[in-house]
Design a protein around this ligand. Structure first.
Ligand SMILES: *Cc1c(COP(=O)(O)O)cnc(C)c1O
Length: 384
């Protein structure tokens, strides 16, 4: 009654719109998921190379804990930045062909830190409409002017751009659609108008390009054409954390002005040690990437033959478009009854009317797993 916050009302509105979210504490063993005593085969994670359960990586993490202890003990400008962190930064530079890199505890805070450190009152920020929530949210809270362009619509972006006014941000692989950003055109537009360009490659890193170097490498784009590279370690690399990379000057600037870097306890050195090992595995992961490509083809041809509508994606993120939130939720529940776990993705994560199943494939899946998914989907068609 007399509370300043109407939590119950907000929750009831979400429930009525079939948008209420809830968590389930799961037991995860690779691709097997145990929830409330039932086992499922899941196609819902972001562990695209299957590294999160890779024993070599777990051993590297344990070795890191034995050598460096459990935590870093301080923020990076105090005593938190240690040898293991420096080695990871150097490994990143060698892998991606960038001058310098900086580690963050997670991608969400890395994106916020970069935008907040760079964009002031007079600046412009141009974002793809489907960019991740961390980017949209930071942009809308900043004093700069944010313009959003329709997904991958380079004509719309070109009309919005002003010379040397700010930053264009897009993603390597879009997280809910699995398609790529229009990077050749983005690079041209940025160069022509003297604006900066930032890539969030959370879903491309490890998965695309030679040695898994990511979206830009897969398109043959030199890293120097993009001013700010952001990537995460919690998806294909199987650990957690994030980085921002680019020129030495950029990294020195962020070391001074990125507040979530300066005022936050640095990631445990054991984690940095494990991520360095994960990068080694990803670089050598051509076999995993070939396996993924086979599974993606197999899934797409099977689902399309059943008449499902898929996105224009050739990455491990395969959206199966349903439309209304209730229908997406119903389909996810019917699959669950058949032992298959996938996520129904609803607004506000995706635009209204585009609710979907976000099906993700991992190199740890086998062809028989994809067959099990296809069999269940076939049995769950409306009217089937
Ligand atoms: C997951 C994700 C992030 C956030 O990264 P975390 O390390 O999980 O916080 C940022 N951007 C995109 C595109 C993502 O998919």
């Amino acid at each position: 009654m007399n509370s300043p916050f109407d939590l119950a009302g907000a929750l009831a509105a979400r429930r009525e719109a079939a948008l209420l979210r809830a968590r389930s504490a799961v037991c995860l063993d690779g691709l097997r998921l145990r929830v409330e005593g039932r086992d499922y085969l899941h196609f819902a994670g972001n562990d695209y190379l299957g590294l999160a359960r890779e024993p070599v990586l777990a051993e590297a993490f344990a070795d890191g804990v034995a050598r460096f202890g459990a935590g870093s003990g301080a923020s990076p400008l105090v005593t938190g930045y240690q040898e293991a962190h420096r080695r990871l930064e150097e490994t990143l530079c060698d892998w991606l062909g960038v001058e310098a890199a900086l580690l963050f505890n997670c991608g969400f805070s890395a994106n916020q830190a970069v935008l907040k450190a760079l964009l002031g009152k007079g600046h412009r920020l141009w974002q793809d409409r489907l960019n991740h929530a961390s980017l949209q949210e930071a942009g809308s809270q900043l004093p700069c002017t944010m313009r959003r362009f329709a997904h991958n619509d380079m004509g719309a972006l070109a009309r919005q751009l002003e010379p040397a006014a700010g930053l264009i941000v897009s993603e390597g692989v879009f997280s809910m659609d699995g398609d790529l950003g229009a990077w050749p055109a983005l690079c041209e537009l940025a160069a022509e108008t003297n604006n900066w360009l930032m890539i969030d490659d959370a879903h491309g890193l490890g998965v695309l390009g030679p040695e898994g170097r990511g979206t830009l490498a897969s398109l043959g784009i030199a890293p120097g054409r993009v001013h700010i590279h952001m990537g995460t370690f919690g998806k294909a690399l199987g650990v957690a954390g994030a980085f921002v990379a680019g020129s030495r000057e950029l990294v020195e600037y962020l070391t001074n002005f990125a507040r979530t870097y300066v005022y936050s306890t640095h990631m445990p050195p054991a984690q940095a040690h494990a991520i360095t090992a994960a990068i080694g595995l990803a670089r050598d992961g051509e076999g995993h990437r070939e396996q993924l490509a086979r599974l993606i083809d197999h899934f797409r041809s099977g689902a399309l033959a059943q008449g499902w509508q898929l996105g224009q994606s050739h990455t491990p993120i395969q959206p199966l478009l349903v439309g209304e939130s209730e229908a997406a939720l119903r389909l996810a529940m019917r699959l669950r009854a058949r032992g298959i776990w996938v996520s129904a993705i609803r607004p506000p994560t995706v635009p209204a009317g585009t609710a979907r199943l976000r099906i993700t494939l991992s190199a740890a899946h086998g062809e028989a797993d994809v067959d099990a998914l296809l069999t269940a989907l076939d049995a769950c068609r409306e009217g089937a």
